[in-house]
Design a protein around this ligand. Structure first.
Ligand code: HEC
Ligand code: HEC
Ligand code: HEC
Ligand code: HEC
Ligand code: HEC
Ligand code: HEC
Length: 507
């Protein structure tokens, strides 16, 4: 009778289901946690189950057990023969009750431990790049791939997209929830639009690691290129980039001048490529206003429009998600000797194949594998025979370039998101520094080629070895278009196949 009275309450279907759920969930959590601990492998869907689904199952299970018992007890209590009091009596002199109580305490501690470990790991997990980059694999693939190939590959997504503090965590997770929903029900726009609206202010996140007051005055950088000719002739532009710091640092002139000063501007498009108005707050508090002389805004337009204060992201808008043009990728592969420079017209041919439109990745990789060897078989039969291995290797390198910079499934390719840092493929700095933005008094935002950088030396087919040039020499003579036009007017295609570039006739 006593046994039935106490243990018996839990002997019902609801409690039994609860117990099975709890025991299964506990063993799954322990199992997967130790699998992850031993192998060090983090799998996104496994993580989602281990940190959220199974702990949920455990809690539901543990609630079902007393619920079932309570229902049974209430039912029996209503039976006139059973004399059961409204509340159970806790009597530690009763060995059975004492054991039951000890079991209850031990089980509770174990339960609290498991759930806390799981939720701590769960928090960590939602902060991981696995969660951000792989869980919604298709949607985030371009960003994840480009990030993994950037100087910030060791910086977690959340350090830029969320940053420290509970408020931004909650904000980001709520918008993350919306995105998860959008992915599940395909309501997301095909290509993610930038600039993203809910990004934390750049100075909060970037300055967590980078301190503008301590930037170097200058940074030497060599730009490697290879001519689209038979020899893939190397070209080198060795420049000193005038980085500079903020007004509080020792070197307060130079590129980072903009972040010490309050610079506001109006953009007429979402990508902020068209900037007709800029206002600078000078040290004495006065405002200097620059207008694009080709499309002047009226006073009323200026008063009405939203003005953005310039920060890191107005130049470094692609610090982590950097896509490179086929031309730049081929230059880097050649500079790093990942491909054989002795293959005639390799740069020109590969860039030409990469810039064709493809429906999907499979079509692109198949075409590369077919067309590159065919080009050599047809035009250079000897090279084709002697360098079969090198050509096959070039195929894998070119395929890799495609998969890192073209994502047809998300309609993203290397030039979907303009990078504002320079002025070669996109207007970048020349959005303002184009020589066309002036004050009423005639002061111009300078386009002087030696203001932002100085050419230290340059190697090129049209430069005599040993001769000195203080200015950049363009590889083909384009006259004063070099200074008048924007480089991106001709170079936005991404390879060397710019108008007028056809003089390098294909063999
Ligand atoms: C160093 C900082 C940084 C890190 C690390 C970083 N991002 Fe970003 N991300 C940015 C910035 C800045 C933008 C906004 C770009 C713009 O406005 O043009 C952005 C934009 C995006 C976008 C919008 C689409 C696009 O390409 O502009 C997505 C999606 C994204 N990031 C996902 C991720 C994921 C996933 C990770 C981790 C694998 C990650 N980010 C890591 C800085 C970062
Ligand atoms: C968690 C720390 C961290 C955060 C946050 C961070 N960075 Fe960085 N960043 C780094 C590190 C580390 C490097 C150096 C990588 C190297 O040189 O190997 C770096 C490198 C850079 C570089 C030099 C890249 C190059 O080509 O040499 C730039 C520019 C930069 N970061 C801009 C930004 C901007 C803009 C943001 C904010 C959106 C940002 N960083 C946020 C850690 C961070
Ligand atoms: C007016 C545009 C502009 C703004 C605004 C700007 N930067 Fe830069 N920054 C540059 C350029 C250009 C370079 C040099 C790039 C290169 O060498 O390729 C640079 C270089 C850097 C570097 C690399 C320095 C080195 O020694 O290698 C870091 C880090 C950096 N910026 C961080 C920041 C941070 C953080 C902010 C915001 C507080 C910021 N920048 C704002 C244009 C800008
Ligand atoms: C939104 C407009 C805008 C953009 C974009 C912009 N600048 Fe500027 N920049 C200005 C203005 C305005 C001045 C101040 C002109 C003056 O006072 O003569 C300036 C001044 C400068 C100076 C001179 C600072 C000094 O020492 O006095 C440098 C160097 C410079 N910019 C570099 C860059 C680089 C590099 C980029 C691109 C990465 C860039 N700027 C993008 C608006 C812009
Ligand atoms: C407002 C600042 C600014 C002005 C003015 C400017 N540049 Fe630049 N330029 C840059 C920056 C910043 C980079 C580096 C971009 C990077 O690191 O990728 C650059 C890069 C370059 C490169 C190397 C491009 C490559 O990828 O090989 C050349 C060549 C160049 N500039 C030539 C010129 C010439 C010619 C002029 C004058 C018509 C000029 N620049 C005016 C800021 C400027
Ligand atoms: C009128 C069109 C035009 C303008 C404007 C122009 N370019 Fe070019 N650029 C060309 C042509 C054509 C080539 C030749 C292709 C070749 O031989 O690589 C070229 C090649 C180059 C190359 C060599 C690329 C490589 O992969 O080897 C560099 C670097 C370059 N231009 C820089 C600039 C810069 C910087 C500016 C702006 C200040 C600029 N160009 C403006 C047409 C132009």
């Amino acid at each position: 009778m006593a046994l039935r009275k106490y243990a018996g309450y839990a002997w019902n279907l609801i409690s039994l289901v609860g117990m099975i759920l709890a025991v299964t969930a506990t063993s799954l959590i322990i199992g997967f946690l130790s699998y992850e601990g031993i192998t060090g492998v983090e799998k996104p869907y496994l993580g989602l189950m281990t940190y959220f689904l199974f702990p949920g199952m455990l809690i539901v299970g543990l609630l079902l057990v007393p619920l079932g018992a309570y229902i049974v007890r209430e039912k029996r209590r209503r039976h006139p023969e059973e004399k059961i009091e409204p509340f159970p009596k806790v009597d530690f002199n009763d060995a059975h009750k004492r054991h039951l109580f000890i079991f209850f305490v031990v089980a509770s501690i174990g339960f609290v431990l498991i759930v806390s470990v799981a939720s701590l790991k769960g928090y960590e997990f939602t902060e991981s790049t696995t969660f951000c980059g792989e869980l919604c694999h298709k949607v985030m693939e371009p960003e994840h791939v480009a990030w993994a190939n950037s100087p910030h590959a060791k910086v977690k997504c959340v350090e830029c997209h969320v940053g420290p503090g509970a408020a931004w965590y909650v904000k980001a997770k709520i918008s993350g929830m919306r995105q998860l929903y959008a992915v599940a029900f395909h309501t997301y726009p095909e290509t993610i639009q930038t600039p993203i609206d809910n990004l934390r202010p750049a100075r909060d996140t970037c300055e967590h690691c980078h301190w503008p007051e301590k930037f170097y005055a200058g940074r030497q950088k060599v730009f490697y290129h290879y001519a689209p000719n038979e020899e893939n002739t190397p070209r080198e532009i060795n420049m000193l980039i005038n980085i500079g710091g903020t007004p509080k640092s020792q070197h307060n002139k130079g590129i980072h001048w903009h972040i010490g000063q309050e610079v506001r501007y109006i953009a007429t498009d979402r990508q902020r490529l068209d900037i007709p108005y800029i206002a600078v707050k000078e040290k004495d508090g006065s405002i200097t206003e620059y207008f694009n002389t080709e499309k002047p805004l009226s006073k009323a337009d200026v008063a009405k429009a939203e003005k953005r204060v310039m920060d890191c992201l107005d130049c470094h808008n692609r610090p982590a998600h950097i896509y490179r043009s086929p031309g730049v990728e081929m230059d880097e592969a050649l500079a790093a000797k990942r491909i054989d420079i002795a293959l005639p017209y390799l740069k020109k041919t590969a860039v030409e194949i990469l810039t064709r439109p493809y429906k999907n990745k499979e079509e692109a990789t198949a075409t590369i594998a077919k067309d590159l060897p065919e080009y050599y078989a047809k035009n250079y039969p000897n090279v084709s025979k002697q360098k079969t291995k090198e050509i096959a290797h070039a195929v894998t390198v070119v395929q890799d370039i495609y998969t890192r910079n073209f994502f047809p499934a998300m309609k993203v390719s290397w030039n979907t998101y303009p990078n504002h840092i320079g002025h070669f493929y996109t207007p970048g700095c020349f959005r303002c520094h184009d020589g066309k933005h002036k004050t009423a008094a005639g002061k111009v935002i300078s386009k002087d080629c030696n203001m932002c950088h100085t050419v230290l030396s340059q190697k090129q087919e049209n430069i005599l070895e040993g001769s000195k040039h203080s200015e950049f020499v363009h590889p083909v003579d384009i006259g004063d278009e070099l200074y008048k036009a924007n480089c991106s007017d001709c170079h936005s295609a991404g390879g060397q196949d710019v108008p007028g570039g056809e003089h390098h006739a294909k063999k």
